[in-house]
Design a protein around this ligand. Structure first.
Ligand SMILES: [Cu+2]
Length: 147
């Protein structure tokens, strides 16, 4: 119990430090406008889908720009499959089988995943794949792929 309290306290301190020092980080990272958000239009959280299925990306308060194109309040989608956003928000998102870049400015994709439960989450990032500040990340949804 004591360990938990200490851990929570450290986490809270780290969070406060992050919130209190946006200026230092803002010089490195592209700012996102207030109220910007990304969300998964479909499938819905808890939905059961059949392969292959379409994932539609929603965006509010920002614009899509292809990777490599620097424009204010813009970026491109990244779909996180069965993984969390990387902790280091100052680094470009890696391209892996779990972090898929849509650098051409796509707003949907078609997936085929093994049957069972999977999580999906969207993370928006700038022209060099670095998350905005503050980061624009959707809620994580859980879906079930039917056998
Ligand atoms: Cu990218």
């Amino acid at each position: 119990m004591r360990t938990l309290v200490v851990a929570t306290s450290v986490l809270a301190t780290a969070l406060v430090a992050t919130l209190a020092a946006p200026c230092a980080a803002a010089q490195e990272r592209t700012p996102s406008p207030h109220g910007a958000k990304v969300f998964i239009i479909s499938p819905k959280n808890g939905e059961t889908v059949h392969n292959p299925f379409v994932v539609k990306f929603g965006l509010k308060g920002m614009a899509i720009a292809p990777a490599g194109t620097k424009a204010e309040n813009s970026g491109h989608h990244h779909l996180l499959i069965d993984t969390d956003p990387p902790a280091d928000m100052a680094a470009p998102l890696p391209a892996t089988d779990k972090i898929v870049h849509f650098g051409k400015g796509q707003t949907e994709t078609t997936l085929t995943l093994p049957p069972g439960k999977h999580t999906l989450q969207l993370e928006f990032a700038d022209y060099v794949h670095i998350p905005h500040n503050p980061p624009v990340i959707s809620k994580k949804i859980t879906i079930t792929v039917a056998p």
